[in-house]
Design a binder for this molecule. Structure first.
Ligand code: AQP
Length: 362
């Protein structure tokens, strides 16, 4: 029996990267799962707090994300759909795991490096500037840079490991930017199993499940991934974008001045990104799509990409517009999801505490 778990942060309406790189795979897995497979999909509010959030916006984003997941086809009767922050077992296990996590492993996480620089830009730029001036004088920029970032950002992958392990998940479908976190989760499960031996290992080592379309890149800077937090709204297509917005964003996408169309992610990242998007939205193979456009120009490619994206998004967009206002239905889904999630994690936490020597009656 598989236990499939994944999560998304309530940090805004998902973009095409989230959808193609992760969410569409959740729906496919839900369709192809065996009846005995368990599926859990979580909106990870605690992870969102690792970057500054405006409380009212966060509240709205949590609600919108739930509506999005229902709109794209997550079925709350088949899957356990819940808010991470409704289940305190995640943070409880996260603390326990942090006590067996080597700091060096966390420092090596690429997301830490990327997010920490993003965090500096977004939230502490002014502060950073003044501190960097001090640092430059003292000659230790790196040290001061890190000392100003919040510890939650550093601990992000440990909380993610807890999300997975608290349900003893065996399969984790996430975008390829998250693969390293799943490797860390396996390491932590293994460290726990070896340190706190029982009759059998407590945690299964989860497998990372990749999507065929992998990483979608920014439309404005195709050397970096499409991202919710990029300040340039033209760099991403949101699930709620209407046809004219999709067209103008694709038309303005950065490509190159080479004649003809070829799929060459290293040499032609912008053009290749458009081919990846087109292939993913039409469920085709990217090399075949590239072949079909070999002798075409960027104008034709962009027109067709925009059409394919609109066709791909219009169904979920219409569903979202309907569901997001059904407040009592959304509350009911969240409540039921939380109850079902806690039922599962409770069992794991009892086992964890017993192994740790923390299970005495209160
Ligand atoms: N560009 C992408 N291509 C493919 N997959 C992606 N994912 C994110 N960006 C891309 C995958 O989407 C899932 C949910 O991600 P998240 O909410 O944890 O956000 P994130 O990974 O931090 O990326 P975002 O949504 O763009 O936010 P920021 O602004 O923080 O970069 C994950 O499975 C992720 O792999």
């Amino acid at each position: 029996r598989r236990v499939i778990l994944s999560g998304i942060q309530p940090t805004g309406i998902p973009h095409l990267g989230n959808y193609l790189g992760a969410l569409s795979n959740w729906v496919k897995l839900q369709k192809s799962a065996e009846p005995e497979d368990k599926l859990l999909f979580s909106i990870v509010g605690w992870h969102a707090l690792t970057l500054p959030q405006e409380p009212a916006a966060l509240l709205a984003a949590r609600n919108d994300m739930l509506a999005v997941l229902l709109a794209i086809g997550i079925d709350p009767n088949r899957s356990i759909l819940f808010h991470q922050d409704h289940n305190p077992h995640h943070t409880e296990l996260s603390w326990i795991l942090s006590c067996i996590t080597p700091m060096g492993k966390l420092r090596r996480m690429t997301t830490w490096k990327v997010r920490s620089s993003k965090c500096s830009i977004n939230s502490v730029l002014m502060f950073l500037k003044s501190r960097l001036a001090v640092a430059r004088n003292s000659g230790s920029e790196d040290e001061v840079d890190e000392s100003m970032l919040n510890a939650g950002l550093f601990m992000y992958p440990v909380l993610q490991a807890a999300d997975v392990l608290v349900y003893k998940a065996t399969h984790v479908p996430v975008g390829d930017d998250q693969q390293q976190h799943i490797e860390l989760t396996r390491d932590l499960a293994d460290i726990f199993n070896r340190t706190f031996k029982g009759t059998s290992p407590l945690f299964p080592l989860p497998t990372y499940v990749n999507t065929p379309s992998k990483r979608i890149l920014s439309l404005k800077d195709p050397t970096s991934k499409m991202s919710k937090s990029s300040p340039d709204v033209q760099s991403r297509i949101l699930l709620t974008d209407i046809a004219s917005q999709i067209q103008s964003k694709i038309r303005a996408a950065v490509t190159d001045s080479i004649q003809g169309i070829t799929y060459d992610p290293q040499g032609r990242p912008g053009t290749s990104n458009l081919l990846t998007i087109l292939a993913a939205c039409t469920d085709s193979d990217v090399t075949q799509v590239a072949k079909a456009y070999e002798s075409q120009g960027h104008g034709t490619l962009k027109r067709d990409v925009a059409e394919a994206v609109e066709e791909f998004l219009k169904g979920p967009r219409a569903q979202f517009d309907r569901i997001r206002h059904e407040t009592s239905y959304l509350d009911e889904v969240a409540r039921r999801g939380a109850t079902r999630a806690i039922e599962h994690s409770e069992v794991t936490m009892m086992e964890v505490k017993t192994r740790l020597g923390l299970a005495s009656p209160v």
